[in-house]
Write a protein that binds this ligand. Structure first.
Ligand SMILES: [Zn+2]
Length: 275
């Protein structure tokens, strides 16, 4: 499932394709949304935001299209008049004079007043989005130390979109390894230095993944792995996620895999001792 960085990259593509030029045609597949076609046609898309795994396409007349890709939704952008090659079901199409943006397969689409987005039931319970809302290290430290979150196990907490929006399974694994914290530790078990480091890494690794299109390993490690002949992206992309039974690049211990809440949880027993 795409995580915050992949959704933000999709939002960048949609924004580059359709923002700031008059929308000449818009099509919703769902009948209850079709009355909005007239309201949004002829307007400008001002920007495309993300909140975790949701995308917000803002129009200049105070309306926003909210879409959540769930597991299957996918955006395509192309020159106007071209149709993407896919068997997926078209749900939404936006066209200006040059480009088109198509959303396929997503079923969770709404049109809402921009000023009432905070009341949206999904958005209202989200924590800050690292890539759209730029929370500070101090904001994240405060959340880790707050009564709502300080007794939660880090492995579960980092996937909770109410804590920080946009983290998923691969970001969780890589952030906790670099923070040298076992997934069963809780913020309340950590020193102030550990909390501070974890907060910095939540921001840093999410931004790095966005910048590098999903490579979370530090550039120096990536260079070292490539020099050793590991040239395929999947060989140098992660240290921990998806590497059960393989040696950790930092300490040589084999990466382990546990199941937690129905999700695969990877960690390095060498870098992330349980106590
Ligand atoms: Zn290790």
């Amino acid at each position: 499932m795409p995580e915050g960085p992949e959704i933000r990259q999709a939002a960048d593509r949609v924004e580059a394709a359709v923002a700031h030029r008059k929308i000449e045609a818009i099509e919703f597949a769902f009948g209850h949304l079709q009355p909005f076609e007239r309201r949004l046609c002829g307007r400008l898309v001002t920007r495309v935001d993300t909140r975790g795994k949701a995308m917000l396409t803002h129009f200049d007349n105070g309306w926003t299209i909210y879409s959540h890709n769930q597991l299957y939704g996918r955006w395509y952008t192309c020159a106007r008049g071209r149709i993407p090659q896919t068997n997926r079901q078209l749900r939404l199409a936006l066209h200006n004079d040059r480009h088109s943006a198509y959303l396929y397969s997503a079923s969770d689409i709404e049109v809402v007043k921009t000023k009432r987005l905070d009341e949206h039931p999904f958005l209202a319970r989200l924590g800050p989005d690292v890539l759209s809302e730029n929370p500070s290290v101090e904001d994240i430290v405060q959340r880790l130390q707050s009564r709502s979150f300080c007794r939660r196990q880090l492995g579960a907490l980092l996937l909770d979109q109410g804590f920080v929006a946009g983290l998923g399974n691969y970001l969780r694994a890589e952030i906790l390894t670099l923070a040298r914290l076992h997934p069963l530790r809780r913020p309340t078990d950590c020193t102030t230095e550990q909390i501070d480091k974890l907060a910095r890494l939540i921001i840093k690794i999410t931004r790095r993944s966005y910048r590098t299109r999903g490579i979370t390993n530090p550039p120096s490690l990536v260079a070292r792995l490539k020099a050793k002949g590991l040239k395929k992206r999947e060989q140098y992309r992660f240290n921990t996620y998806g590497r059960a039974g393989k040696a950790c690049h930092y300490c040589g211990t084999n990466i382990e895999l546990n199941m937690s809440g129905g999700r695969k949880m990877y960690f390095c027993p060498g870098c992330q001792p349980s106590s």
